[in-house]
Design a protein around this ligand. Structure first.
Ligand code: QAP
Ligand code: CO
Length: 171
């Protein structure tokens, strides 16, 4: 197990297109374990591989329970995901481990049906709504080099740029 370094905005690697996973081997399992450790250590609920510098279509989503615990068996490991169906719209206040200390509302699909592979390459289908649906869509955007701040209205995007520049001067 190892803690990995988080890639943070405006690092260009966050703009990369992540490649499909072909090998469901030990190296992939080690990546998944290290990503999980890194996500929990940074108090995250979702993480894409490119956020630790690995351009592969791998993501984790680990939504806490009502009592705020995150038992490891609840962590979803999602590889090579594709959206099969979407329905409705939902506005959710998002954050991102790669964009620390900034939170803003983003419009997403309310309900999704997702096809993906697990760590062994088995094909899976998942239906998600609310925070799970939002988090999966947020992490899937990372696989295509898209950040949640790209999806803000022009006014909110300006607010983000302003806060970012301010934090550069006095972090
Ligand atoms: C994506 O984000 C997400 O700024 C996962 O200082 C978030 O885990 C999808 C975090 C919300 C949907 C809704 C952010 C931790 C964690 C920060 C995260 C911070 C510390 C973000
Ligand atoms: Co993110």
């Amino acid at each position: 197990m190892a803690l990995l370094e988080l890639v943070r905005y405006p690092d260009k690697r966050l703009r990369k297109y992540s490649q499909e996973v072909m090998a469901f081997d030990e190296a992939l399992h080690v990546l998944l374990e290290d990503m999980h450790e890194t996500m929990l250590a940074n108090k995250g609920i979702g993480l894409a591989a490119i956020q630790v510098g690995v351009p592969k279509r791998v993501l984790l989503v680990h939504v806490p329970r009502e009592d705020d615990t995150q038992p490891p068996e609840d962590c979803l490991e999602i590889i090579n995901p594709t959206l099969m169906q979407t329905e409705g719209e939902i506005l959710w206040r998002e954050g991102c481990l790669s964009v620390p200390e900034f939170y803003e509302e983003v419009l997403r699909h309310a309900n999704i049906t997702l096809g993906y592979q697990d760590r062994f390459g088995n094909a899976k289908v998942l239906q998600a709504s609310e925070l799970l649906s939002v988090a999966i869509q947020h992490e899937m955007d990372h696989l295509n080099g898209v950040l949640f701040v790209d999806k803000l209205s022009m006014l909110k995007r300006k607010k983000f740029e302003k806060e970012f520049k301010k934090n550069l001067k006095s972090p």
